[in-house]
Design a protein around this ligand. Structure first.
Ligand code: ADP
Ligand code: TYD
Length: 214
């Protein structure tokens, strides 16, 4: 059984992408509250994580020595976490007609594992086709300049510092990579300016989602 035949989709799958500190987690919560207030059944989830097994894998990939895993092993761990998340959380919710909002999905793997430690983009896409096979219906890219994003991310107290520790060069590479991905897949991507007040960002996202849903 592969990702493509795990269940017939009836709901809507919305993912959020962007560099660390761009405001994704904040904005996924705003959007979930907004859609729930309109009467939608919403599942708010995140990657890596979003299911019991995937949250255990999250600790393996985001905590401890950054050189703990080779680039290839790390890619397999992120993909394993996604497969569990898809089977146990995302696909059942979509089959039940819910709106699933996910803080990061495969576009993060395309960028981080695809670019950060050598060029593994072909392996990322091959594994995705083989084991996941699902893309978002709508992807909100919260665009943000790397210095501000990194300063915001560093302001949080967390032991999960894996990629933030790669510094501003990587964040700059990620930002242009995300923008290129959005251009290549303009059917599902909407680019939102993250360098505004939380309320203004939330309003832009609501407009994009309402436009899609209608
Ligand atoms: P991400 O999930 O993309 O890493 P977060 O939503 O966790 O980003 O936000 C990172 C930090 O920046 C948090 O402390 C959050 O409160 C703050 N923040 C989020 N959005 C804004 C905004 N529009 N303006 C200023 N600070 C923000
Ligand atoms: P997240 O908790 O969203 O971090 P942040 O709030 O700082 O944006 O994600 C944790 C880290 O995991 C983040 O640095 C990006 C990285 N990541 C990958 O490298 N590959 C992936 O497939 C995913 C989903 C996340």
């Amino acid at each position: 059984m592969t990702g493509t035949n795990l269940g017939k989709q009836q709901g809507v799958f919305i993912t959020f992408e962007g560099i660390d500190g761009s405001g994704k987690s904040t904005q996924t919560r705003h959007l979930a509250d907004h859609l729930r207030a309109q009467g939608h059944d919403v599942v708010l989830t995140r990657e890596p994580g979003g299911s019991t097994g995937a949250e255990e894998i999250r600790a393996l990939v985001l905590e401890g020595d950054p050189d703990r895993w080779s680039a290839e092993t790390e890619l397999l761990l992120f993909t394993a976490a996604r497969r569990d998340h898809l089977e146990r959380t995302i696909n059942p919710a979509l089959a039940a007609g819910k709106i699933v909002i996910c803080d990061r999905f495969v576009d993060s793997t395309r960028m981080y594992q695809g670019l950060s430690r050598g060029n593994l983009r072909a392996e990322v896409d091959a594994l995705h086709d083989l084991m996941i096979g699902r893309e978002a219906d709508l992807t909100i890219l919260v665009d943000m300049d790397p210095a501000t994003g990194l300063a915001r991310a560093k302001g949080r107290q967390t032991t999960e510092e894996r990629f933030e520790d790669f510094g501003q060069d990587l964040q700059t590479q990620m930002r242009s990579g995300f923008l290129a991905l959005a251009k290549a897949h303009s059917d599902r991507f909407r680019v939102i300016n993250g360098a505004q007040s939380q309320e203004a960002v939330a309003a832009d996202i609501q407009a994009a989602v309402e436009d899609y849903l209608s």
